[in-house]
Design a binder for this molecule. Structure first.
Ligand code: GEK
Length: 251
C-alpha cells in the first residue's frame, strides 16, 4: 500500500477466511460478510493491487484537468477514490458508486470532502459530463450484454480527450489460459490461501465474474467510442487499460 491508501481513513482489515471451511456452493455476492473482509481479500487475490490503485490515481490525476467530476464505478471500499482524491486535492469532485449497500456503508468518509459515495446500479445511474471514469475490476461483474451500453454511456459522458481506466481479469486462449491459471493459483497459495479456499472461491465466482479476452475489450472499446487503448498494467490475468474518448461522437 502507498501512503495514499493506508492511514486513518482506510477501512478496517479483517482477515479473509470466508472459504477456509467447507461451505455450500453459493454464487459469490458482495454482501456483509464479503464487505467485512474485502480489503484483505482483494489485496491477497489481485496480484499488484496496491500498484494498480496507485497507478490508476496517477493516470487519472493527469486527465482530471477541467475540474469536472471523476467517477469510480464499482468502488467497493473506495480505495481508488481515496487515492485519486489525495492526488486531486480537496476541491475536486469524485462520485464513487457501488450497488452493494454493505460496501458503501463501510467506505471511510472524510467530513467536508468533495467525495460522494452512492449506492446504485451503475447500469442505471445518469452520468454527468466527466474528466475521468474508473472501472477497476467492475465491468467483469456485469452481464456481458450490459457492458457495451455502459461503455457507450461513459464515452458520451467523457469530454473529448477524457479517460476511462478499465481494469479487468482477462480470459486467455489455451494453452496460455491453463498456464496463467496455474501461476495464479501459486500466487494465491503464496498469499496463504489453501487449496480448499482457492477451489471454493473459484466455484462461487463461476457465472458471476465472466471474463473477456483482450481483443474483445479492444473491439468493444472502439465500438463504444474510445481510441488509443493502452495496456499500462498487466500481472497474470489482471490487466488495466487506459482508453481515451475519441473527439468525434461515434456513429
Ligand atoms: C477497488 N473497484 O477496490 N453497479 C454497481 N456496482 C456493481 C455492479 C453494478 N451493476 N456490479 C458489481 N458492482 C474496487 C474493486 S470489486 C472487484 C471492485 C472484485 C460492484 C460490486 O458490488 C463490487 O463492490 C465491485 O463492483 C467489484 O478498486 O471484487 O474483484
Amino acid at each position: 500500500m502507498t501512503p495514499e491508501e493506508s492511514g486513518p481513513d482506510s477501512p478496517e482489515r479483517a482477515p479473509d477466511a470466508l472459504y477456509a471451511a467447507p461451505r455450500d456452493a453459493e454464487r459469490f455476492r458482495f454482501d456483509a460478510e464479503v464487505a467485512e473482509v474485502f480489503q484483505d481479500m482483494v489485496e491477497r487475490s489481485v496480484p499488484g493491487y496496491a500498484s494498480l490503485v496507485h497507478g490508476t490515481a496517477v493516470l487519472g490525476g493527469r486527465y482530471a484537468q477541467t475540474g469536472a467530476i471523476c467517477y469510480d464505478l464499482g468502488c467497493s471500499l473506495g480505495a481508488v477514490t481515496r487515492a485519486l482524491s489525495a492526488r486531486l486535492g480537496a476541491t475536486h469532485p469524485i462520485l464513487a458508486i457501488d450497488s452493494s449497500p454493505d460496501m458503501i456503508a463501510r467506505c471511510p468518509r472524510v467530513s467536508g470532502s468533495p467525495v460522494q459515495y452512492r449506492c446504485a446500479d451503475i447500469r442505471e445511474v445518469e452520468l454527468e459530463s466527466a474528466d475521468v471514469v474508473v472501472l477497476n475490476l467492475t465491468l467483469q461483474f456485469l452481464p456481458p450484454e450490459d457492458r457495451l451500453p455502459l461503455l457507450h454511456r461513459i464515452a458520451e459522458a467523457l469530454h473529448p480527450g477524457g479517460a476511462l481506466i478499465l481494469t479487468e481479469k482477462l480470459r486467455f486462449d489455451e494453452p496460455e489460459e491453463s498456464l496463467v491459471q496455474k501461476r495464479y493459483e501459486n500466487f494465491k497459495r503464496a498469499q496463504g490461501y489453501s487449496d480448499l479456499e482457492i477451489s471454493q472461491k473459484r466455484t462461487a465466482l463461476e457465472q458471476v465474474l465472466v471474463r473477456d479476452s483482450l481483443p474483445i475489450h479492444r473491439e468493444r472499446l472502439a465500438t463504444a467510442g474510445f481510441d488509443s487503448v493502452t495496456v499500462w498494467f498487466q500481472c497474470l490475468h489482471f490487466t488495466s487499460m487506459l482508453a481515451i474518448r475519441r473527439n468525434a461522437t461515434p456513429d
